[in-house]
Design a protein around this ligand. Structure first.
Ligand SMILES: [Zn+2]
Length: 117
């Protein structure tokens, strides 16, 4: 958690009441289950501005022949010094002959402290 430009704390998290994912407190929509989230209290905070910072997609194709495959999808996050600050398995599964899976990674950035000029 870092001090924000306006005195609040950015990076604060909460648990989505629908899917139990850990999400940003400022998120108006859960990025995992895509439910709109209600805020406790009388007035909802303003919707933060943001942008899509990264989106990468790739497909893994099992050939027509050969034995079954198993896969693990591992997501690692490193800081500016190259230190791993998070590593988790976000999905596992199996691929049989001629099956494929497409994986998409996206990073959505919210800018509650204002965007760089
Ligand atoms: Zn959710």
């Amino acid at each position: 958690m870092l001090p924000g430009r306006f005195g609040g704390a950015v990076g604060r998290t909460r648990v989505c009441p629908h899917c139990k994912a850990t999400i940003l407190e400022s998120a108006p929509i859960c990025p995992q289950c895509r439910h709109h989230l209600r805020f406790v209290g009388s007035a909802a905070p303003p919707v933060p501005e943001g942008f899509s910072a990264l989106r990468v997609a790739g497909t893994v194709q099992h050939p027509e022949r050969g034995g079954d495959w198993e896969y693990s999808v591992v997501l690692a996050i490193r800081n500016e010094r190259g230190e791993e600050i998070s590593r988790q398995v976000v999905g596992v599964g199996a691929l049989r002959a001629a099956e494929s899976r497409t994986f998409t990674l996206s990073v959505e950035v919210l800018t509650p402290g204002g965007k760089a000029k």
